[in-house]
Design a protein around this ligand. Structure first.
Ligand code: SF4
Length: 307
């Protein structure tokens, strides 16, 4: 007999065909959400899939800024976010008004925004970045200084890799900010020989213990290429599910927490989203155009991965 979960998965797949929809799922989603995905990936990989799709509807299983990015890059499609209140606390830490004020204080600085920002904030920046391409983006600037918003940790990490002078905003991802140096030291001590990989949204005192500092996309590449390793991860814990899918022969341990917003998407909500065409993402056209320019400039410089 099929379980309730299996039934829901079946129904969602049928609805998806009927509505001519594509389902895009972020790496940090619940493992059962992976089962209904057409694509699983980081924010930029998913945006690119959204930009390329020939389906009528894009269902986003992630948080709002990701669905907004999909709409910005592919305005002709209906983009829906399955969990209406799935936001990103870091993206909410800066708004367009605050960024405008900061720009006034540093008129000569370029403005680089992490993809984890709202559309209005992206519209105020010169170029976007992801955690994978941030160093290339910053080094590509003609200006000697750059505002970096909103993540102070990503800015601090980037500062170690560039001669440009960076002006950070005081934002952070609460999940990565909570990862403590003592947890990293203890995990390494308890697992001698393990490889420690940290996400650049972690504080500097954690990053200093890392063997590698990788975006989630690069973590996946690493897991595909390495076998029979013990890997300690400093990022959102559910990333482990994705890594296990790619290479179950490695042992993965996490010192990170769970992002409550990423867990707001459930199978029930995805089914309802497809049935009711909810919750549709709208971005005013003038904002969309400006934000698109910042995103396209980033895409032109490259970097395969997002967050
Ligand atoms: S993990 Fe952090 S950056 Fe990602 S959605 Fe959650 S709060 Fe935002």
């Amino acid at each position: 007999m099929e379980t309730k979960e299996q039934n829901l998965i079946k129904e969602i797949k049928q609805l998806k065909e009927k509505r001519n929809a594509v389902i895009l799922v972020h790496n940090y989603q619940r493992p059962e959400i992976y089962e209904i995905a057409d694509f699983i990936g980081d924010s930029l990989e998913l945006s690119r899939k959204a930009a390329e799709t020939d389906k009528d509807i894009i269902v986003f299983c992630g948080v709002r800024f990701m669905a907004e990015t999909a709409k910005i890059l592919n305005p002709g499609k209906t983009v829906i976010l399955a969990a209406e209140d799935a936001g990103c606390p870091m993206a909410e830490m800066i708004n367009a008004k605050q960024l405008k004020e900061l720009k006034k204080k540093h008129p000569k600085a370029a403005v680089v925004c992490y993809v984890n920002t709202n559309a209005e904030t992206k519209a105020e920046c010169d170029i976007c970045c992801t955690s994978a391409n941030v160093v290339d983006i910053v080094n590509s600037l003609k200006e000697g200084e750059a505002i970096m918003a909103p993540d102070k940790n990503l800015a601090a990490y980037t500062q170690t890799k560039t001669k440009k002078s960076l002006i950070p905003w005081n934002g952070y991802c609460p999940i990565h900010q909570e990862i403590k140096e003592k947890s990293a030291v203890l995990a390494k001590k308890q697992n001698p020989g393990a490889i420690f990989i940290a996400h650049p949204e972690c504080p500097q005192e954690v990053l200093r213990h890392a063997d590698y500092i990788f975006s989630t996309g690069k973590m996946l590449d690493f897991a595909k290429e390495n076998t029979n390793k013990t890997i300690i991860l400093a990022t959102e814990t559910d990333m482990i599910n994705r890594l296990e899918k790619e290479n179950p022969k490695n042992k993965y341990l996490s010192i990170g927490g769970l992002c409550p917003d990423m867990k707001k998407t459930t199978l029930e909500k995805v089914k309802e989203a497809l049935e009711k065409n909810q919750y549709e993402i709208k971005v005013p056209e003038d904002t969309r155009k400006k934000a698109e320019s910042s995103l396209r400039k980033m895409i032109a410089i490259g970097g395969k991965h997002g967050k």
